[in-house]
Design a protein around this ligand. Structure first.
Ligand code: ZN
Length: 137
């Protein structure tokens, strides 16, 4: 079995933002030379998350609106006494900081309406996204 790693650097420019990293992940899968296996997409951050869904402007707005509704800022969280970003920790914890995709015939398997999106909930920041591809070449 072969293992390939690539770290992506993603810059957010707003406090809440969805950033499409699909093509970067697909480039990493292509660079891996792995034909069949799995691709882990992991954000090593406690205040961001990774999701897979449609990159359509209305839906991107709806997704962020829902994140802000589910995890409102300044809702009396204890963690806000330390650094005022408890809402982002909660969003990261419940949305999850990683997703796994199949790799088949050298390509990432995803639905037509499943782009890979970094959920920024405490930007602007520079985020690292770890792409790890495991499988047979
Ligand atoms: Zn914090």
């Amino acid at each position: 079995m072969k293992v390939y790693f690539q770290d992506l650097t993603v810059h957010s420019s707003k406090r809440f933002e969805l950033i499409d990293i699909t093509w970067k992940v697909e480039e990493a899968v292509a660079a891996s030379g792995i034909r069949n296996g799995l691709c882990l997409v992991y954000a090593p951050h406690a205040t961001a998350a990774i999701i897979a869904n449609e990159h359509e402007s209305g839906l991107l707005y709806d997704l962020l609106a829902k994140v802000r509704e589910l995890f409102p800022e300044g809702a009396g969280y204890r963690h806000d006494r330390i650094d005022d970003n408890a809402h982002a920790h909660l969003a990261s914890a419940f949305l999850a900081s990683s997703r796994i995709f199949p790799v088949r015939d050298g390509r990432l398997v995803r639905g037509t309406w499943q782009n890979i999106l970094l959920v920024e909930a405490d930007g602007p920041r520079t985020r690292r996204v770890v792409v790890e591809v495991l499988g047979e070449s």
